[in-house]
Design a protein around this ligand. Sequence first.
Ligand code: MV4
Length: 475
Amino acid sequence: MSTPPFKRVLVANRGEIAVRIIRACEKLGVECVVAVSEADRGSLAARLAARAVCIGPAPARDSYLRPEVLVVAAKGTGCEAIHPGYGFLSERAHFARLCALEGVTFIGPSPEAIEAMGDKLAAVQIAQEAGVPRVPGSGRIESTAAARDFARRHGFPVIIKASAGGGGRGMRVVRSENDLPRALEAAAAEAQAAFGDPTVYVEKFIERARHIEIQVLGDRHGNVVHLGERDCSAQRRHQKLIEEAPSPALTPELRAELADAAVRLARRVDYRGAGTVEFVFDADTRRWYFLEMNTRIQVEHPVTEMITGRDLVAEQIRIAAGEPISFKQSEVRLDGHAIECRINAEEATRNFAPGPGRLESWQAPEGDGVRVDTHCFPGYFIPPFYDSLLAKVIAHGRDRGEAVRRMQGALDRFEVAGVPTTIPFHRGVLVHADFAAGRVTTRWVEETFLSAAAGEAITSAAPRRQRGDNRRAAS
Ligand code: MV4
């Protein structure tokens, strides 16, 4: 094996991504220390790491969200670098800056790149400078009149977005001029309360949108590559449920356009590490526009790994140590099709209510082209303090049909008892004609799938009760 990029790394996260980071470190010969809250002392990550260090009480704000505590934990355990995973501190420029100040390597982009992309209005402006089209939109809105003029010029519906938001937080769709003043006021107040910044802007609202994102990698040597797209249109309340690659909506020509645009933007901000450039694809006009850039490893990165055969987390770690990306753009092949289903401890028929508790049984599926990323094991207690992701099932096939069939087989073989899961929901989606035809837009889950036959589509797709039994043991 070549020289490890670091001797020891602190994993500043929990759940499946903490386990995923530890696996990448094992492969690279890097020792891991995992930061755990009091609720996570018995986690799989704590067992797998060389060492676990407790960083505070269960609530994230008292542990996983404390920059100073994490840096002290890293330095105190001899870690040279911190991997932030996704969520928590992964996109806080202040944290990346603190790491640099304290001589700990932040495994991620520069604080400047995080900051530039974290300000969504700044991001669309940088994108435009890089020749990447944004949805027709305004600058910072200073008055109701300015928003009204924009909407009159471009027509309703429009969408109000908080500049400090992102990922769907602080957004409002407005369908008529009457609703505009109140919506603006509410959006600005919400943005102020949530982010301490009332800045909002307005865009033309794309009604039939697909969410398509391009995976990029950049290093300190001026190299930027892309690894194709992921289609994340199957979502509910801005939570992605199913992701796939390649997108059923793109042609090779459109794929090349989006990828070129993503690489141009990444170059513009000297992007280093793994990043995702998010686009909205208008299913009616087949036009596409830049939305935002996420400066972290994403939950859905495995679908890209399955079709490219590359290890994105290992690349992040090597890049942070100053190594170049381990392959060239010309060596990237997109092979077959991959789909990911996020399995949460939630009851889809009860409005996705979370159901923490003990896993009375847990047997994840195996099989050709099937990968499961998880931190769960039989007897594990799912704490109520964090999001309820139990596992990601990723299925790869030579084409979309084979990937879907392998996913169906994997979900059929998944044995879980003790908590509700979203497995029946996924089985219902996979057999739906719209999903089979690749016709899903960002509103499809809520407006078509869930509202149509309500629980019917979910329960009828899960007729077998012995295996894949996701009812609570008591019910
Ligand atoms: C949009 C859009 C349509 N038109 N912007 C959602 C997350 C954030 N990244 C930006 N998002 C969107 N921005 C314009 N101009 C559609 C979305 C969007 C969405 C909007 C409403 C309800 C669900 C959605 C799911 C994904 C994307």
